[in-house]
Design a protein. Structure first.
Lengths: 324, 258
């Protein structure tokens, strides 16, 4: 280079290749990066291969069949019931958890006096750390009998909606209960993340609204919620991811069956994760491959949901608070 | 309608800390009053007591009286939200609502205040943007986000937003300190036009600016760090800059101090 000043960039770049510490570190990090990728690719290939094997031997349509009998001859199994149960219970969970979480987060960040906000935030933190099997046991022992009454009430007054029409007797080991339990389980994590986001709203945005004569609620509507929008979506996706994949709590609460019913209060149904946990031990090798195939579908659903969330967040980027 | 501000015996606190002490002054309608003084003497604090923004700060507390014509802003039955709708404020850093379009930014205060027809809203937004000398620059992109404008344009957008609701008083806290000289001049010109309609109070660290835009100038000072700020004198701007009656004012203005 024909510069008179020392070429700092160039000399540093040239030197780093010769310095042993740098060389070892870059070799290590590159090596572990590549190893990780190779392992992940190997897992993906392995799972896909097994899944394809199983599905190609399935004598019925894998996506539309309401049955799970891979050990039969010919094997008959499909994910329709599982996909329905997983999506419905997660949607119920989101419908309940997201608004409540936003409410609690707003209360902690903008309404509660500081003396109350601190312990409250701490309790929510604690709840997020409770293992899911504990929620499951609590749900089966406490929530199910308690919800029996609610189910009867819903059946009586909202039975005409079809969804809440309870056609059979029996305890509330149904998708509706699972949805409520999942809502309770994902509430803390959504609350925590949204609360953090609400606390980060720049003071100048809130003061902009205040100075125009906005009430506290109007400040929240004009400044806090728009600023927190992408954070709310991210938090919800975090919760949704947990709800979609939740295994133990669902397995404990639900009395599973391969019936697809829009009557959400009737016992039965199932989810991907619950079905895998319930069937894996007694399944033969072929049955396990079938379960792997169902797991891959769950994985694809999760990917799609995350992609959709990213798309929503990215769509109005120029309006996001980050640009200011 | 522009109104007279009459402050008497006003002190403001942050928790136990007294930030300003026993301030009394009168600000005439349709005039520009500049607040000058060293950093930390309580100019912003005092300004924010004039639209009851001070009490938004945790621990913020005010004693004394602020009369707007014949209404005490700190009277027992006065709603601070209502006060802020009649006393507008422009901040040091431009703060348009980042998620709103230019149009919605200007309309934001109107939408809080009541029901306007679409056409009415469009008229007022246009009039306010013209009033803030911003209309020609943004009329083709009213639906674009306000945060996409330059700093100077954003500050004029904030002024448009503040004047759209026709406040009685317009408070400005160092509105040009984040701006380049050309944007600064644009806003100074604007202040000259706005004082035909509003009572304006502006905090500034720029002596030339105070001399250029204001009719009256108030000098604040504090005895020592940690002491409350006080109003030293308030007089016609010309007098303050040529022949102030207090020695401290002259020292500050001539740069021998602070
Ligand atoms: N949020 C706050 N909490 C506690 N004390 C504060 C707060 N804001 C300001 N103060 C104190 O109040 C006093 C006056 O501050 P203020 O911001 O009004 O000064 P200022 O004259 O506007 O200064 P500047 O010219 O730097 O803007 C200072 O001593 C400051 O430390
Ligand atoms: Mg200040």
């Amino acid at each position: 280079m024909a510069t008179t000043t020392p070429d700092i960039q160039g000399s540093r770049g040239a030197k780093s290749a010769t310095r042993p510490g740098d060389r070892i570190f870059s070799g290590l990090s590159r090596g572990s990066g590549i190893t990780l990728l190779v392992i992940m690719a190997a897992i993906a290939v392995f799972l896909t291969y097994r899944a394809v094997l199983a599905v190609s031997d399935d004598s019925t349509n894998f996506f539309t069949t309401f049955e799970w009998n891979p050990a039969g001859s010919p094997p008959v199994f499909g994910i329709a019931v599982l996909a329905f149960g997983t999506v419905v219970s997660s949607v119920i969970a989101m419908l309940i958890a997201v608004p409540v979480a936003i409410g609690i987060a707003l209360f902690i960040s903008h309404y509660a006096p500081r003396k109350l906000a601190k312990p409250l935030a701490y309790v929510v933190d604690l709840l997020a750390a409770v293992p899911s099997i504990i929620y499951g046991l609590w749900g089966a022992i406490f929530l199910v009998p308690y919800l029996d009454g609610l189910n009867k009430w819903l059946d009586q007054y909202l039975g005409w909606t079809y969804v809440f029409d309870k056609s059979s007797d029996g305890v509330a080991r149904n998708l509706f209960t699972v949805g409520i339990l999942l809502a309770i389980m994902i509430l803390p994590i959504i609350t925590n993340v949204t609360r953090e986001v609400f606390l980060q709203v720049p003071k100048m945005h809130e003061e902009a609204a205040l100075a125009l004569g906005a009430t506290r609620w109007e400040v929240i509507r004009m400044s806090v919620l728009p600023f927190g929008r992408s954070g709310i979506i991210s938090a919800s996706m975090l919760g949704l991811g947990r709800a979609l994949g939740e295994t133990m709590a669902v397995a404990v609460v639900l009395s599973p069956s391969f019936v697809l019913s829009g009557h959400l209060l009737d016992p039965g149904g199932g989810t991907f994760a619950q079905n895998i946990a319930a069937k894996f031990n007694e399944a033969n090798e072929y049955g396990r491959d079938a379960l792997i195939a169902s797991g891959l579908v769950l994985f694809v659903i999760t990917l799609l949901v995350n992609g959709a969330a990213r798309w929503i967040i990215g769509r109005r980027k120029e309006y996001s608070g980050a640009a200011a | 309608m522009a109104k007279r501000i009459d402050v008497s015996g006003l002190s403001a606190y942050y928790g136990a800390h007294k930030a300003i002490d026993d301030i009394s002054m009168t600000v005439e309608p349709r005039s520009v009053t500049a607040f000058i003084g060293p950093s930390g003497c309580g100019k912003s604090t005092f300004l924010r007591t004039l639209n009851r923004m001070h009490e938004v700060t945790p621990g913020g507390r005010v004693e004394g009286k602020v009369m707007l014509d014949d209404e005490n802003l700190y009277g027992t039955n006065v709603d601070p939200v209502a006060v802020r709708r009649t006393v507008g404020m422009v901040f040091q850093r431009p703060n348009p609502f980042p998620t709103m379009s230019i149009f919605d930014n200007v309309a934001a205060g109107l939408r809080l205040n009541g029901n306007y027809k679409k056409s009415q809203l469009a008229d007022i937004v246009e009039r306010s943007l013209k009033g803030a000398n911003l209309w020609n620059e943004v009329k083709d992109r009213l639906n674009k986000p306000g945060s996409g404008l330059s700093g100077g344009q954003q500050q004029r957008l904030c002024i448009a937003r503040a004047i759209a609701v026709e406040p009685d008083v317009l408070l400005m806290d160092e509105p040009c300190s984040a701006l380049d000289p050309i944007s600064t001049l644009a806003i100074e010109d604007l202040i000259g036009e706005l004082k035909e309609r509003f009572t304006i109070v502006i905090v500034t660290h720029n002596m030339q600016q105070a001399a250029r835009v204001s009719d009256r100038t108030a000098f604040f000072n504090l005895a020592a760090v940690g002491q409350p700020g006080k109003l030293i004198e308030l007089d016609d701007t010309e007098r303050i800059f040529s022949n102030p009656s207090v020695q401290a004012t002259e020292d500050y203005i001539s740069g021998r101090f602070g």
